[in-house]
Design a binder for this molecule. Sequence first.
Ligand code: NAD
Ligand code: UDP
Length: 312
Amino acid sequence: MNKKILVTGAAGFLGSNLCKRLVVDGFEVIGVDNFYTGSKSNLQDLANNNRFTLIEHDINQPLNVPCDWIFNFACPASPPHYQKDPIFTAKTNFIGGLNMLELARANNARIMQASTSEVYGNPLQHPQTEQYWGNVHTTGPRACYDEGKRVVEALFFDYKRMYNLDIKVIRIFNTYGPGMDPNDGRVVSNFIMQALRGEPITLYGTGEQTRSFCYVDDLINGIVAMMHSDASITGPINLGNPIEFTLKELVETLGTVLGRKLNVITMPLPEDDPTRRQPDITLAQKELGWTPGVDLATGLKKTIAYFEQFVQ
Ligand code: NAD
Ligand code: UDP
C-alpha cells in the first residue's frame, strides 16, 4: 500500500481511469502526461487528493522520479490521432518506452507496458492467442502504432533478458467507457456522440468487420490483477472482452439501448482496417482468474450517460 506508482498517459482515457482506481486502492500515484491527446479535466476528481500528483512531461525525454511500479500507457491510441504525427507515435513507443525502462531499471521497479491487439495486425488466426505472431503491414499508415508497439514489446523482453527487469506486457483489445474523449475518433465515442447529436452514424466500409468491445472497469480489473501477479507472469497477455460484434451489430445494439432506429451513412473503409478481431483470453483466465463481466448494452448505457454532458 505504501508503493509509489508512476502512470504515464495519466490524462488519457485508460490512464485517468487507472489513476483513480489506484488512488482508491490506497496507493500514492504520480501521473505523467504531455497532454497530446489527454486532458487535465479527466483527472479533476483527483486534483485535490494528496495521494495524487500530476507532472507535465513528454516521455520522449528521460525522467527521474523515484517509484516502485510504472504503468507505461503514454501513446496516442485512436487511428486519427496516432496517424496525425506518425513519427511522434513511433518515437513515443520506442524512445518513450526505452526511457521508462531505464527509469524502472534505476529504481529496480516493476514496469507494465500497455501493448495492443494491433500487434496482430489484420489477423490470419481467429480468435487471437498470444502465440500468434501477427500479420502487420509494415509500411502502411497503421504501422507507426502497430510496429511501435511490437518494438516496445521486444524492448521489454530484452530488458528482462539482459537485466532481469520485472516486466509485465498486456495486449489490450478495443476498450470503451467514461473518460473517452468525445472527439477521439474511435468507433464507440463517434457513434454515441453522433447518436446523441441526432447526426447520422458514420459506418466505415460494409460494417461486416468485427471488434470485441471491453468495458473500461473490466479492463482496469484485469490490469490491476496483472500488476499484482507473481513476477513469473510477464505476459504478453491478452486483456479484452471475447464477445465479437460486427460494426453493424454495434449500431443495432446502440439503437436498442437508445430506443430508436439510427440513421447510418456509409463511408470508405480506412486503409489496412483489420477485418476481424477477437481475443482468446484463456491465459488471463488461467493466470489472473480474470474474465470481463459487463455486456455491451450495459456498458453502452453507462458510456452514454457520461457523454451526455458534452451535448448541448
Ligand atoms: P488516450 O489517447 O486517451 O491516452 C493516451 C495518453 O498518453 C494521453 O493522455 C496523451 O496525452 C498521453 N501521451 C501521448 N504521448 C505522450 C508522450 N510522448 N509523453 C507523455 N504523454 C503522452 O489513449 P488510451 O485509450 O487511454 O490508451 C492508453 C494506452 O493504452 C496507449 O498506450 C494505447 O496504445 C493502449 N491501448 C488502448 C486501447 C483502448 O482500447 N483504449 C487498446 C489497446 C491499447
Ligand atoms: N469505425 C467506423 N466509424 C467510425 C469510426 C470507426 O465504422 O466513425 C470502424 C473502423 O473502420 C474499424 C472499427 O470501427 O473497423 C474500430 O475502429 P476504431 O478506430 O475504434 O479502432 P481500431 O480497432 O480500428 O483501432
